[in-house]
Structures are given as C-alpha cells and as structure tokens.
Design a protein around this ligand. Structure first.
Ligand SMILES: Cc1cc2nc3c(=O)[nH]c(=O)nc-3n(C[C@H](O)[C@H](O)[C@H](O)COP(=O)(O)OP(=O)(O)OC[C@H]3O[C@@H](n4cnc5c(N)ncnc54)[C@H](O)[C@@H]3O)c2cc1C
Length: 371
C-alpha cells in the first residue's frame, strides 16, 4: 500500500505516522509553515473559550503527542500578556501553573522590548486564577543580556547551545531565593529538551509562557516532526503539491517541480484558511484549495456552491467565524464521494481548528488510508 500525505502539520504528521504503523509505504509532501509551526504551544480539543474538562485520548494519540514534544494532561498555561487559562495539553517547555497554585512564581526579568516582567507579573497576579488560588507572581531580575536578540525565536535558538544554557542556569540559580518556580518567555530552545535540561540543572519547575505566532513552540514542533517522521521511516519532501489526479486504478499526486507520485491512497492535511490550505479566490469570490483535488468544499453542512450567490459566496449569511469552518466535506475520515482520498486536520469542514483534533483526525485518516 502506497500512501501520499499532503501536509506536514500535526494532522499530516499523525496521518503519516499511523499509515506507516499500519504497514504502508508513506511519503509526506509539505511546503511552507502551517498553523502547527505557528502555534502557541497549548494543545486544546475545543477552542479554549469553550474548553470543558478532560478529553480522553487513545494510547497512540498520547504516544505521538509525546514524540512531538507535547504532554496531553490538563494543565494551566499563560500568555506573555498575562492571560491564565486551562488547556488539554502543552508543549513540554510551556510552564504548567496548575501544580504551582498557592506558590510564588518568579517572572524572569530580562531586558527585551517584547517582555516586561513587572507588567506581566502584575497582570498574572491580578488574574482570576491567581486570586482564587492565591498564587503570587514576582518579577526577578537576572543578569542576562538579551536585547541584541531581535526575535524571541533568535533568543530561543541561543539556548540550543549547551554553553549558553549553562550561563542561564548560573544566573537563574543566583537569582532564585524564596521562589518556587520560574516563568520565562518563549525562549527555551528551537529544538525539544532545552526547558527540561534547564529545570533539572536549576532544581525548580521552570517553563515558558505561550509563544506568539512564529515563535519557539512552532520551531520545536517542526524539529520534533522531522525526527518522528524519520524514525517512523516516512519519506518527507519539501515541495508544493499542485494536484491529485485519478489514474487507472491509483491516484497521482502532481508536484510543482514536475514529479508525479503514484499512490493507492492520498491524505489531504492541507491546513485551513489561515495556513493557506484553503484560499479565498477574490476574483471569483469563492473558495479553493491550495491544490486541485476531486473533493467538495463545504460549510455548515452545505456545499460551497449551494451557499453562494451569483456574486460569489454569501459571507454575511454565515456569521463572523465562517472562514474558520470552510473546508473539505468528509464522510468519516474519507472525502465525500472519494473513498481513496482521506482528509485530516484544519482542512476538514465544520470542525474546530485545534491541535488535538488535528492530531486525532490525522491518526484516523492515516489508519484508514494505510489499511
Ligand atoms: C497562531 C496560532 C495559535 C494557535 N493556538 C492554538 C492553541 O492555543 N490551542 C490549540 O489547540 N490550537 C491552536 N492553534 C490551532 C492549531 O495549531 C491547528 O489547529 C493545528 O496545528 C492544525 O494542524 P494541521 O496539520 O491541520 O494544519 P497545518 O499545521 O496548517 O498544516 C498544513 C500543512 O499543509 C501544507 N500544505 C498545504 N497546501 C499544500 C500544498 N499544496 N502542497 C504541499 N503542502 C501543502 C503546509 O505546508 C503545512 O505543512 C493555533 C493556530 C495558530 C495559527
């Protein structure tokens, strides 16, 4: 069985991993960074405003999430603008405030334009969670110059170097009297393992606030993905796919460079509107995928054509979050009417765009495709 997965986000990675475990020969094709490479480091099942309780995941989901550097237990995370919230999982480098309820958390005070420790500590301390749990946040100066690192990504890359990590360990250890944990910005490595190594050396719980788009959490995802796919024996190609065609008995995936990949099954894990997997074609005032494929686009249970007017799609009729729901119509894990084409992640119509749903739908598509 030959499976081609288009998309290297969490959904495509999960599909490739599961299809490979089902015994298929698998190629993943992906081009630019998608939502998984821009994400915050929190993993939710429902959009977090609507999050409720714990969502049970099967053993494969937890195993793959761990390989991608994520823990899948309920936790409490925070942003650099002082928002505290529950999540269903997190990048291991992100600090879980849950076990620190009622304790004293130091907010690392280093000179950077995008990190004001005094303000962050005040905002976190004023949050409903901190007030209810009587958790205190205190800015704590550390003698570390970071002003010369433009983006938080650059600063995170600095701590991939064990020597730089050791220097930070020394400064944190010097500064840490009477605190129970350290909160830092999203700077703890572009490869997985840096936060854990630092916490071990410092001897206190330690971790990041959530990343802004394009930050360290996304970089760690890409690094962990490449390792997980290589270890699973999946071939990865960094190229744009331009179309999926029906051959006599098989499918063909056309690559922009000219190659054609023959496949028994194809998984489309292209991402949603935000990542460019689904696009708004302004000239036609309609939607299209980033490649030609024999699939139907849908929103709110109706094919896009059925909801369009003569002047294109009637955006107003579907409310504000409509763009978030446009995607490929599916029956189970397969595309409607196309039993050899499977669909996963944010490109599925009418599903919340969250990390855990992308992972779980990717596993389902990969298992079905690899059979
Ligand atoms: C800024 C931001 C913050 C977020 N925060 C959270 C959060 O706090 N909690 C949470 O649960 N979720 C969050 N999400 C959502 C979550 O990250 C996504 O739901 C999830 O990562 C989607 O994964 P995916 O694999 O479906 O798509 P993506 O990660 O978007 O992957 C799509 C892939 O398809 C590839 N691709 C598309 N078209 C082609 C083509 N023609 N040829 C080749 N490759 C192609 C792209 O290169 C990419 O690799 C956030 C997303 C963003 C952007």
């Amino acid at each position: 069985m030959k499976v081609v997965v288009v998309g290297g986000g969490v959904a495509g990675t999960a599909a490739a991993w599961a299809a490979r475990r089902a015994g298929a020969e698998v190629v993943v094709v992906h081009d630019r960074a998608g939502a998984s490479a821009l994400a915050s480091g929190a993993a939710d099942w429902d959009p977090w405003e609507a999050a409720t309780g714990k969502h049970a995941l099967d053993a494969d989901a937890a195993l793959l999430a761990a390989a991608l550097g994520y823990l899948t237990d309920p936790c409490v995370v925070c942003t650099a603008s002082g928002v505290v919230r529950a999540a269903h999982g997190r990048d291991r480098a992100v600090l879980d405030l849950g076990p620190l309820a009622g304790r004293r958390v130091a907010v690392a005070d280093i000179t950077r334009d995008d990190w004001d420790a005094e303000l962050i500590a005040r905002a976190l301390g004023a949050s409903a969670w901190a007030r209810t749990t009587e958790t205190r946040f205190v800015p704590r100066a550390i003698g570390f110059s970071a002003a010369e690192y433009g983006s938080s990504w650059d600063l995170a890359a600095r701590f991939d170097d064990p020597g730089e990590r050791e220097a930070l360990t020394t400064e944190l250890t010097k500064a840490q009297g009477e605190v129970d944990a350290w909160l830092l910005g999203p700077w703890l490595g572009t490869a997985p393992g840096v936060a854990e190594a630092l916490a071990d050396r410092v001897g206190l719980p330690l971790g990041e606030a959530l990343s802004l788009p394009g930050g360290a959490a996304g970089a760690r995802f890409e690094s962990a993905r490449d390792t997980a796919l290589a270890q699973a024996g999946v071939e990865a190609r960094n190229e744009k796919a331009s179309g999926v065609l029906h051959g006599d008995r098989q499918l063909e995936v056309k690559l922009e460079g000219g190659d054609r990949l023959v496949a028994d099954r194809v998984v489309l894990a292209l991402g949603g509107l935000l990542a460019g997997g689904v696009r708004l074609d302004e000239a036609r005032a309609g939607f299209e995928l980033s490649l030609d494929a024999p699939v139907m686009l849908q929103v709110d249970g109706q094919s896009i054509d059925a909801v369009s007017t003569l002047h294109g799609v009637d955006l107003a009729a579907h409310g504000g979050s409509f763009l978030e729901r446009v995607g490929i119509a599916t029956e189970g894990a397969a595309a409607c009417g196309e039993p050899l084409v499977f669909v996963a992640g944010d490109v599925m119509a009418d599903r919340p765009r969250t990390w855990l749903r992308a992972l779980v739908s990717g596993l389902a598509a990969g298992r079905a495709a690899g059979r």
